[in-house]
Design a protein around this ligand. Structure first.
Ligand SMILES: Cc1ncc(C[n+]2csc(CCOP(=O)(O)OP(=O)(O)O)c2C)c(N)n1
Ligand SMILES: [Mg+2]
Length: 783
């Protein structure tokens, strides 16, 4: 038994060296060997990689099981690529093209890298927190009978120590403690350096307290075996070593053995003389760099000892740039070895010139079988899995009945009806909200489907027979995950649940609700979720100054603009309940479609009279972003163009104005986002496939179809005027004038809102009939 462990450790140390070499070489090749097309620095992080090659070798070639999933700190991406290169799942061409177009990405990317990447990373802190929510999703799936015990795994985050400054980590930690999360390993590469400098000392002994108080086990790997033994023999030296501030420690690591000698002699004098005599400079440098995160025996021991499901924080002490010439230097974050330094490293690591890409270069014949068998074992465990899509039938979703409705209330009704009807889709829906479940109309759904909690908590108010509309009992079968007020957590929860098909082979239909203005609070996490192609439905309500008396702090203005610029997220803003039903059906389809995306619904609490529909002809247009609610006469000179909750004002203005302006149209916009995308895509298609000479208008003839918005607007005269109306930043719609060059008078909200009744607010912010009339009149005045 002991023998196996020893052999394993020796092979793992070799793999550690291989990873350090290959990651450094990949970055070096991209910067100094590959031809540069633009003269720009390519970049990469050799020091950040070298810091954690031992940790990653111990993990990937020893500790990880087949179901374990890892978020790798962004700037250690090249180490992950090197691991897959050794496993045979990454090609030399991809590494040679690191940071190049179509090559291995700078930071691990689920969607763009060809190796299996469990979680994309890049924006520090988010990759850490998503592992916690993924673990919660794993428990959810298990308790819902969708994941077998032998399919469960552990979620590992490899974290840079400066990442610990990101507040989203603590928001997640607190949420995790409430849900009793488990099966987490968060491993800190504790090199005590960030991008700019060495880390402040004051937080040193605090992180472990923070984690412990949230129920985590904290394992500190401060010393490697050799250093621990040496310091144990010499308590005075140990005391001195442990009080060295970060900056001084890093400087000593950089300067090396002679500096250690001089400093120890000066500060410990005679008491350290024998110790110094026993160690030459090289031995001193080797000894003091033997920190826990570089010591394979310590790492293996620690990982092997943490096999239960208690969430565990490993604080692995390391040196940034370990084994490289700039180890410990405060400026090493983006530092690159020059060709001379790289050649010296190559020689020191026994790599022959011209053999830099050999996976097992410099591994001796005796060691090879051990190394190869570790690689073989890990290869099987880390195979890429197919993504699970297309397995769920989405039924037609009928519109809720009612002459007057708000889109927010209709949302609650639709979910309630879905729940009552039952079926596969309803069973796969998981809702979540950061303490606004009730005020976003999820209450009825939660009453039906219950809250998810592994420990199950009774509803005390119901047991005490206190009347309440909300029945909040929870158990393992509940389908709503209630979060504390941290919108970042909402988006990370949606990201994790939205990857369930990929991570666990089971598709979920996650729906998250929040107030529209507070999207901004979680924006980077929302972007992060979209970046990795997580699929979910985001319902943001209430929105706009239509919220009325709640006032400016809660009235959203710019989210449609955010959505306009956010890839992977489709914005729909319905005015009517039947539109909402169609959009929810579409959103569910998009969640389970390989080429789909996530959807953002911007809803309102305003009750508005529903329109009579003679038929379903509006539906396709509504799903594409717009339809004529009042079709214009061919070549009409004007149209009102309105979105969402202000549709009654637009309709009233149309009624009033159409007597004087025959043929006036009313265009109902349901998605500026889709219209814009369609417009630019149609243009790009025409550039690739241009019209034949002299065939006129691009929008209507020649190579490539007109987009939806072009078709709609081309029913008006080329010189027509558009009055656009949105309870949002007017730029959400004003761009429509650019499509065919028609003139625009944009109405919308550009100042912070305030309290008031709707007539007051619509008048003050120019969203009312008077404003529309004035705007139309101005557009139609002869120039
Ligand atoms: C949200 C965010 N802010 C800033 C950055 C830029 N950045 C990349 S790495 C880094 C410092 C990382 O230091 P640390 O986490 O200690 O990692 P190390 O390289 O030392 O292992 C910074 C500021 C980023 N990637 N993400
Ligand atoms: Mg660091």
């Amino acid at each position: 038994m002991l023998k196996t462990v020893t052999t394993d450790t020796a092979a793992l140390k070799i793999l550690d060296d291989r990873l350090r070499w290959l990651s450094a070489w990949t970055i070096h090749h991209a910067n100094h060997v590959r031809e540069s097309a633009d003269g720009l620095k390519v970049g990469g992080h050799q020091a950040s990689c070298a810091s954690m090659t031992a940790i990653m070798a111990a993990l990937y070639f020893h500790a990880l099981g087949p179901n374990d999933r890892v978020a790798v700190k962004p700037h250690a991406g090249p180490v992950l690529h090197a691991i897959h290169y050794l496993l045979g799942s990454q090609s030399r061409e991809q590494l040679e093209n690191f940071r190049g177009f179509g090559g291995a990405q700078s930071y691990p990317s689920r969607t763009k890298d060809r190796i299996p990447v469990d979680f994309s990373t890049g924006s520090v802190g988010l990759g850490v927190a998503i592992t916690l929510f993924a673990s919660l999703v794993q428990d959810y799936l298990t308790d819902h009978g969708r994941l077998g015990a032998n399919e469960r795994g552990r979620f590992v985050a490899l974290i840079g120590d400066a990442e610990l400054d990101e507040g989203n980590i603590y928001e997640a930690l607190i949420e995790g403690a409430k849900h009793d999360v488990r099966n987490l390993w968060w491993i800190i590469d504790y090199n005590r350096q960030s991008l700019d400098a060495t880390s402040a000392d004051r937080m040193f002994e605090r992180f472990d307290e923070i984690f412990k108080s949230c129920g985590w086990r904290v394992v500190e790997l401060r010393y490697g075996k050799k250093l621990a033994a040496a310091l144990d023999k010499h308590p005075k030296l140990k005391g001195w070593f442990e009080t060295l501030p970060n900056a001084e420690l890093s400087a000593l690591h950089y300067r090396g053995g002679a500096a250690w000698r001089a400093r120890i002699a000066a500060e410990l004098g005679k008491s350290a003389a024998a110790f110094l005599k026993d160690h030459d400079d090289a031995a001193l440098a080797a000894l003091f760099t033997d920190l826990g995160g570089h010591c394979m025996d310590s790492l293996i021991e620690a990982f092997d000892a943490a096999q239960d499901d208690v969430p565990t924080l490993f604080i692995a002490w390391t040196i940034k740039g370990y084994g490289l010439p700039f180890a410990g230097h405060k400026d090493n974050h983006a530092g690159l070895m020059n060709p001379t330094q790289m050649a010296a490293l190559r020689d020191a690591m026994g790599v022959r010139e011209g053999h830099e890409w050999e996976p097992l270069e410099s591994v001796g014949d005796n060691a090879r079988p051990g190394v190869e068998s570790l690689i073989e074992r890990s290869r099987i465990l880390r195979e890429k899995r197919a993504r699970a899509f297309g397995g769920v039938a989405v039924p037609a979703i009928p519109a809720p009945a009612g002459d007057e409705q708000s889109t927010q209330a209709a949302f609650g009704r639709i979910l309630l009806d879905l729940s009552k009807a039952g079926g596969d889709l309803a069973d796969r829906i998981v809702t979540t909200s950061p303490d606004v479940t009730v005020s976003t109309n999820l209450g009825a759904w939660v009453n039906q489907r219950g809250l998810f909690r592994r420990d199950g908590i009774g509803d005390v108010f119901a047991q005490e027979k206190i009347a309440s509309a909300q029945k909040w009992s929870s158990d393992k079968k509940g389908q709503h995950i209630e979060l504390g007020i941290a919108e970042n957590n909402l988006f990370l929860m949606l990201a994790a649940a939205g990857l369930a098909g990929d991570l666990f082979g089971t598709r979920l239909f996650p729906i998250g609700t929040l107030y529209d203005p507070f999207i901004a609070r979680g924006l980077d996490a929302l972007n992060y979720a979209c970046y990795q192609d997580a699929r979910f439905l985001l319902v943001a309500t209430p929105s706009g100054i239509t919220l009325g008396a709640e006032g400016g702090a809660h009235q959203s203005i710019n989210p449609p603009l955010i959505a306009l610029g956010q890839p992977g997220l489709r914005h729909y803003e319905p005015a009517y309940a039947d539109e909402l039903a169609a959009m929810m059906e579409q959103a569910f389809r998009l969640i389970d479609d390989p080429a789909g995306e996530s959807t953002y619904l911007r809803l309102s609490t305003r009750n508005i009279a529903q329109v009579d529909r003679p038929n379903d002809s509006w539906r396709d247009g509504a799903l594409q972003g717009a339809y004529w609610l009042r079709p214009p006469a061919p070549g009409a000179e004007a149209a009102i163009v309105a979105m969402g909750a202000v549709m009654p004002e637009a309709l009233a203005a149309w009624d009033e104005l159409s007597a004087d302006i025959p043929g006036l149209g009313l265009l109902s916009i349901t998605s500026p986002d889709l219209l814009h995308r369609g417009w630019t895509a149609a243009q790009a298609a025409r550039w690739k496939n241009p019209p034949r000479n002299g065939e006129g208008d691009h929008a209507q003839h020649g190579g490539g179809a007109a987009s939806h918005v072009e078709s709609l607007l081309s029913q008006l005269a080329p010189s027509a005027g558009l009055v656009t109306l949105a309870d949002a930043a007017p730029a959400s719609l004003s761009w429509l004038g650019g499509v065919l060059g028609q003139r625009v008078a944009p109405l919308g909200v550009e100042r912070f809102g305030q309290t008031g009744s709707l007539p007051d607010l619509y008048a003050a912010y120019r969203l009312d009939g008077a404003a529309i009339t004035e705007a139309v009149a101005e557009l139609l005045l002869p120039a």
